[in-house]
Design a protein around this ligand. Structure first.
Ligand code: 13P
Length: 250
């Protein structure tokens, strides 16, 4: 099973029109073959970002969606709307959403289902907190998040799973490569148990949390790491392109 590698950038609540120059530069590093390159700018920039990416191989994604297709939900954005603005992927269940907005596994699952219904691929995030990591509960936490938030009909086309240890996000800290390897191996086994060998090996597994040009190559050398979900280092071409290059070389 050949899984296409994926370098995904999550701009979070960063970026105004002037930052589209960075996005356009990054788009130039996306090729037809090799790793897929994705940027998820804030919703305010989505359609402009999609315009900037047109004619390139870079894909554009959203950072969150509402579970419903439309309705009275002031301030929310549906998966259909994100698709309409040019998003191919939608991040769901990011730890910042789980923390800031009280999103449960059930809500995250409904969002992943909404993404699929709209024809977008969900990038579903799971990860343990620092306290859970210190207590040695990482795998149990991930087992439960995976069981609760991944839809039963997930496939390699509709779902990407991102392992983002909460304590590694924005901190400059990362697990050791052995720890990342153990987690990704565990997640792969759980996906095969649940979905069978074909689908279980088709779903891509990303690592996220303080991925930088300096550590990308060693992380991408870990078995079952199919790419990265990058926050801070995806904001500039100078940081993100070396990460894309490291994934190409892995
Ligand atoms: P950083 O790369 O800034 O640690 O953020 C990771 C992340 O949360 C990506 O979704």
């Amino acid at each position: 099973m050949m899984r296409r590698k994926l370098a995904a950038g999550n701009w979070k609540m960063n970026g105004t029109v002037e930052d589209l120059t960075q996005l356009a530069e990054i788009a130039g590093a996306a090729l037809e073959t090799g790793p897929e390159v994705l940027l998820c700018p804030p919703a305010t920039l989505l359609s402009r970002a999609a315009d900037a990416a047109r004619g390139t191989w870079m894909r554009i994604g959203g950072q969150d969606c509402h579970p419903a297709a439309s309705g009275a939900h002031t301030g929310d954005i549906s998966a259909q709307m994100l698709r309409d603005a040019g998003a191919r992927y939608i991040i769901v269940g990011h730890s910042e959403r789980r923390t800031d907005h009280g999103e449960t596994d059930a809500i995250v699952r409904a969002k992943a289902e909404a993404a699929r219904a709209a024809g977008a691929t969900a990038i579903l995030c799971i990860g343990e907190t620092e306290a859970q990591y210190r207590a040695g509960d990482t795998l149990e936490v991930l087992r439960s998040q995976l069981a609760g938030s991944v839809p039963d009909d997930a496939t390699g086309d509709t779902l990407v799973l991102a392992y983002e240890p909460v304590w590694a996000i924005g901190t400059g800290l990362t697990p050791t490569t052995d720890e990342i390897g153990a987690v990704h191996n565990f997640l792969r086994d759980r996906l095969i148990d649940r979905f069978g060998p074909d689908t279980g090996t088709a779903i891509r597994l990303l690592y996220g949390g303080s991925v930088k040009p300096a550590n990308a190559a060693e992380i991408f050398a870990v078995a079952d790491v199919d790419g990265a979900l990058v926050g801070g280092a995806s904001l500039t071409a100078a940081d993100f392109i070396p990460i894309i290059d490291a994934l190409s070389a892995a």
